[in-house]
Design a protein around this ligand. Structure first.
Ligand code: HEM
Length: 274
């Protein structure tokens, strides 16, 4: 009885967490498409700099092109990511899974290439540490995308699943990065952060947004079905509930303070900085 209750609560909390991740990551993906990519198409690229100073610079057209590609493809990844992991979609609509998978992997490769072009042509706002960290992130995403498709084509589905989980863990890193900042700003008054992303918190975040995800992915790949005892499931449920609350709060912060106002200003033609 106790075991079936803990089982039920564990599965319920997992579903709510997955729904929250999906909602929040999709909001972030839509924001990228409707703000960054739309600004590029509407020739309002200067607006990028209201979010990150120096992101657009008319002296570095290759870096701007790289970022344009990065935004279009990055937005797609976030919107598609959770669909690809749903077992019900995979099992019921395998042809959809295959086609969306091709789009997903191609978008991941283009996102990584776009980001790497930007780093090599212009460099990040945070200097060497951020360049190294983000280049590492891009290279890992390239490897994970290529391995995911390679094993799918070879019909080696255990390896395919493992690489797809790694790719997903990396892809949601970009979104978790914003969530972590949102949460931090909300409670610490920007402690350890500087405008040029060279504060101690910024350096920590340069790596924290993707390396721990990979670790969690490895645990998930290796120890599937490990939560057998009710106590372990109870602890996991508590952690999942806390993670969900954290994500809801951070999503609210970003949507209200940045994502929605940026899109609204662009769509209503508010002057930049006005
Ligand atoms: C799903 C994947 C990704 C998404 C959705 C994404 C999204 C974004 C967004 C929205 C920005 C603009 C800045 C901001 O709003 O904070 C940005 C900047 C950037 N991204 Fe990504 N990104 C992704 C993956 C990557 C990868 C794999 C790399 C590594 C090559 C990367 C490198 C960069 C760089 C270098 C910048 C510019 C930072 C600066 O101005 O100094 N991103 N990305």
């Amino acid at each position: 009885m106790q075991s079936s209750t803990s089982n039920y609560l564990f599965h319920l909390s997992t579903k709510i967490l997955v729904g929250t991740v999906w909602l929040s990551a999709t909001l972030f993906g839509l924001y990228i498409l409707f703000f960054y990519f739309a600004s590029l198409i509407m020739e309002e690229t200067l607006r990028w700099n209201t979010v990150l100073p120096g992101l657009y610079d008319d002296r570095t057209p290759a870096a701007t092109a790289g970022m344009g590609l990065h935004f279009a493809a990055g937005g797609i990844i976030l919107v598609l990511g959770c669909i690809q992991l749903l077992s019900s979609v995979r099992e019921r609509y395998p042809a959809w899974h295959r086609w969306l998978g091709r789009v997903y992997v191609t978008a991941a490769i283009l996102t990584a290439i776009g980001g790497l072009v930007f780093i090599f042509r212009k460099g990040t706002i945070g200097g060497t540490v951020m360049n190294v960290a983000f280049a590492g992130y891009g290279l890992l995403m390239l490897v994970a995308a290529l391995q995911t498709i390679r094993y799918a084509r070879a019909e080696k589905f255990t390896q395919h699943r493992a690489w797809a989980i790694r790719l997903f863990a990396l892809a949601i890193g970009s979104w978790l990065y914003r969530m972590d900042y949102g949460f931090w700003f909300l409670f610490t008054d920007d402690l350890g952060h500087t405008g040029d992303f060279r504060g101690p918190f910024d350096y920590f975040m340069d790596f924290w947004f993707y390396l721990p995800n990979l670790l969690v992915a490895e645990i998930f790949i290796a120890r599937r079905g490990a939560l057998k005892s009710p106590v372990a499931r109870g602890i996991a449920t508590l952690l999942i509930v806390l993670a969900t609350l954290f994500l809801l709060l951070a999503t609210y912060y970003f949507t209200a303070k940045l994502w929605w106002p940026s899109v609204a200003d662009l769509m209503t033609g508010q002057p930049v900085g006005g």
